[in-house]
Ligand binder design. Structure first.
Ligand code: ZN
Length: 127
C-alpha cells in the first residue's frame, strides 16, 4: 500500500494546475473518478489510482453567491459553484467572467486558471 503525506497526495494536482492542466484521480480497480485526492478510492477502497487529465468541461451542479470573500484578492460577489465535470466527478470552484444574475444551475462551463494571493486556482467560465 502506498503511504502519502498530504503534500505527496496533492503535489501532482498543484503542479498540473500551475501548468494550466486540470487533473483528477481515476481508480485503476473500479474506474471511479473522484475528487478531492484521497489515499483510497471512495468507491472501492483500492489504493491503485492515478491522476488523469480532465477535459475541463462540465456544468454547474449547484452554486451560491458570497458577498464577503475570504480575502481581497477574490472577486466580490464571489460565485462558489459545485461543478460536475464531464468525466463524472465534482469539485468546488468559482464562476468568473460573468454577472451573478447570469449564472444558472445546469449551465455548461469550462475551466480556466487565475492567480490569487493564495496561488493559481482552477476557476470556471460559462460557455
Ligand atoms: Zn475504485
Amino acid at each position: 500500500m502506498r503511504t502519502w503525506s498530504p503534500s505527496e497526495l496533492t503535489a501532482y494536482f498543484w503542479t498540473q494546475i500551475n501548468s494550466g492542466i486540470l487533473v483528477r484521480p481515476v481508480c485503476r480497480s473500479c474506474g471511479a473518478n473522484f475528487f478531492s485526492p484521497q489515499v483510497l478510492c471512495p468507491s472501492c477502497q483500492s489504493d491503485s489510482w492515478e491522476y488523469e487529465e480532465s477535459s475541463g468541461h462540465g456544468y454547474i451542479y449547484s452554486f451560491t453567491e458570497i458577498h464577503r470573500p475570504p480575502d481581497s484578492s477574490f472577486p466580490s460577489p464571489l460565485i462558489v459553484a459545485d461543478i460536475e465535470l464531464d468525466e463524472g466527478w465534482r469539485m468546488f470552484s468559482w464562476i468568473v467572467g460573468c454577472r451573478s444574475e447570469d449564472v444558472r444551475i445546469g449551465s455548461r462551463v469550462y475551466v480556466t486558471f487565475e492567480d490569487f494571493d493564495a496561488g493559481t486556482l482552477p476557476v470556471f467560465k460559462i460557455n
